[in-house]
Design a protein around this ligand. Structure first.
Ligand code: PLP
Length: 372
């Protein structure tokens, strides 16, 4: 008798248990190469954001393609998951709380670790953890360049936080960052350019203010998939933190960037209750719809009309020959939270499954590991 653990791994898409998250390796590599080519001429470099895929196997390919100064992460757990792949990681986010500060300090002992701060509390917590661990932690002052999320105000407020960092020998002020997240989805190119330039002006001007005050500011970090070729050509911006370009969701597909869809959720038709409706075994537990319903690929005239926990209702033309048991591909509208629902990517070339890539930093790995 064969148990499931002894069964041979899936060889083709048809062998996969659904719902399954699938990455199209040639498309992924094409996206990675396109982005690496753009940054090859410099002076601005790429620091791919891990948050989109949370997968060391993909980060490895991004680094191997070149033009990278290191990796960007959103969380300490992401940084830990890719720490063996690079000696330069930016946590482009505020890290707060003793256990996380201690983990940042531990990482800083292994590699060049930089993290964003926007508060005195954040600076002092990092400094105490660095002191206790005998580490030196790199810091970027995080500016709100228009997104209205984290970040101090550009100008004097940023300078005052930078001065505080500069007074603490266990921290190393490495510059400023400002993520123009509000600009990324702007569809119209002219409007996107104008808005990104305005954000980058605030960022670069603040970098100048710090330097004028005698403070170090070698890093000016910004950007995403929607603005990489705008912010990445603004003089003074040194690196771009784009992430979504590797996998591409349908929302970014509307923005007009030169990257192709490289992942999908594979589902199975479990019911055809009416001639004009099929139901798939994919729902909120396999794809998010915060940026809209997933798009059905390869079935003419098919459209997701309702989404439940375990079901997607799809309207199809009555003459559509699709049957119960058939496989259907759904293109998600938002990469990061969809990937976060899955344990692994099935890596395919055509229909052939060539590898299985663990999504190591999905969820909250520290809870799986039992740490506090
Ligand atoms: C701080 C920061 N930088 C960069 C990115 C990457 O942007 P994108 O996924 O648009 O490439 C994000 C995404 O949310 C982000 O939060």
């Amino acid at each position: 008798m064969t148990t499931s653990s002894e069964a041979s791994p899936p060889r083709t898409l048809a062998d996969l248990v659904t719902p399954a998250l699938v990455v199209d390796v040639p498309a992924l590599d094409r996206n990675i190469a396109t982005m690496a080519r753009f940054f090859a001429e410099g002076p601005c470099r790429l620091r791919p954001h891990v948050k989109a895929h949370k997968t060391p196997a993909i980060a490895k390919r991004q680094l191997a393609a070149g033009s990278c100064v290191g990796l960007t992460c959103a969380t300490v757990a992401e940084a830990e998951a890719v720490a063996s792949l690079t000696d330069d990681i930016l946590i482009a986010n505020e890290v707060i709380g003793e256990p996380k500060w201690a983990r940042v300090a531990a990482l800083a002992r292994r590699l060049r670790l930089t993290t964003a701060v926007d508060s005195r509390r954040g600076v002092e917590g990092l400094a105490a953890a660095a002191q206790a661990a005998g580490a030196r932690i790199g810091v970027l002052v995080d500016l709100d360049v228009g997104q209205g999320r984290c970040g101090v105000r550009p100008g004097e407020q940023a300078l005052s936080l930078a001065r505080l960092i500069g007074e603490l020998p266990v921290l190393e002020l490495r510059g400023v960052m400002g993520y123009e997240g509000h600009v990324q989805p702007v569809r119209e190119r002219g409007a996107r350019e104008a808005s990104a330039r305005e954000s980058m002006k605030a960022l670069v001007d603040t970098a100048g203010l710090l330097r004028g005050a005698g403070l170090a500011c070698p890093i000016v970090s910004a950007g995403g998939t929607g603005t990489y070729d705008i912010s990445g050509r603004v003089p003074g911006v040194t690196e771009i933190q784009a992430g979504s370009y590797a996998l591409m969701d349908t929302d970014y597909g509307e923005v007009g960037v030169p990257f192709v869809p490289a992942f999908f959720v594979l589902g199975t038709v479990v019911s055809r209750p009416a001639l004009d409706r099929i139901v798939l075994d994919c729902g909120h537990k396999s794809a998010t719809k915060d940026h809209g319903h997933p798009v059905v690929e390869g079935v003419a005239g098919a459209r997701v009309t309702a989404f439940n926990d375990e079901h997607a209702a799809v309207t199809v033309p009555p003459e559509c020959p699709i049957a119960i048991g058939d496989r259907v591909r759904l293109r998600p509208s938002h990469t990061d939270p969809t990937v976060n629902l899955h344990d692994v990517f099935y890596a395919v070339e055509g229909d052939r499954v060539v590898d299985v890539w663990p999504i190591v930093a999905r969820g909250y790995p520290e809870h799986r590991q039992g740490s506090l």
